[in-house]
Design a protein around this ligand. Structure first.
Ligand code: DX5
Ligand code: ZN
Length: 218
């Protein structure tokens, strides 16, 4: 049961300070990497991760919304990323899983809202994290797509039946209103950007999301 603030909605001119403001309630940091091709937005790359690595010990999970993640993995690993998550829509992810393992990166796989669960199931016992996009990737602050919860709960059942170690994560439109449905469907990790960094008190906002999701845990 983890909260992963997405720094996409933080003030990029004060990233280290923004992370410090949320660190007490963050289990990991979600870093949205966009290349202007796979999604129509352009954000963060390895140099920023390298700078952040010096300022935080939090697990840095890089969500790679890029056409060619393979060319970036070495640089993210060198920069100090702890894990990378790649999109299944790009094709067979196995060669990249091997590269990530060799680089010591946690292995994440993600699927867009319209992508069927069947597309990721062949890999479910080879990954550390399965990330369900609950918005169309590219921008923070979009509305949660509730249909994604069916895929998440189906994956949760498979994980339980097969006693798999993979963590299930959901990203997009998560806030106090949607957190409990995401947790009930079986999410282990909630990513939230605008609901946390759009708040005057990001740590309090993260705490409220955690309490809404997992009331008995706090
Ligand atoms: C969207 C990103 C998300 C984004 C979520 O492409 O992958 O991580 O930061 O933002 P919110 O929480 O505002 O929907
Ligand atoms: Zn993301």
């Amino acid at each position: 049961m983890k909260i992963a603030p997405s720094i996409l909605s933080a003030d990029f001119s004060e990233l280290a300070a923004e992370i410090e403001r949320v660190a007490s309630e963050a289990d990991l940091l979600h870093i949205d990497v966009m290349d202007g091709h796979f999604v129509p937005n352009l954000t963060i790359g390895p140099p920023v991760v390298k700078s952040l690595r010096k300022r935080t010990e939090l697990h840095l999970d890089c969500h790679l919304m890029v056409d060619n993640p393979g060319v970036l993995l070495d640089d993210f690993a060198k920069a100090g990323a702890d894990g990378c998550t790649i999109h299944v829509e790009l094709g067979d992810p196995r060669p990249l899983f091997e590269r990530m393992r060799a680089l010591g990166l946690a292995v994440g796989l993600t699927l867009n809202p319209e992508t069927p669960l069947a597309d990721v199931l062949p890999y479910i016992d080879e990954i550390d994290v399965l990330l369900f996009m609950s918005v169309h990737p590219g921008f923070g602050g979009q509305a949660f797509i509730p249909e994604v919860l069916d895929k998440l709960s189906a994956a949760r059942r498979i994980v339980e039946q097969r006693h798999l170690a993979v963590e299930l994560e959901i990203d997009g439109g998560i806030g106090v209103e949607t957190a409990s449905a995401a947790a009930a469907a079986g999410a282990d990790i909630l990513v939230a950007g605008s609901a946390i960094f759009g708040s005057d008190d990001p740590a309090a906002a993260a705490r409220r999301i955690r309490e809404a999701a997992w009331p008995t845990s706090s």
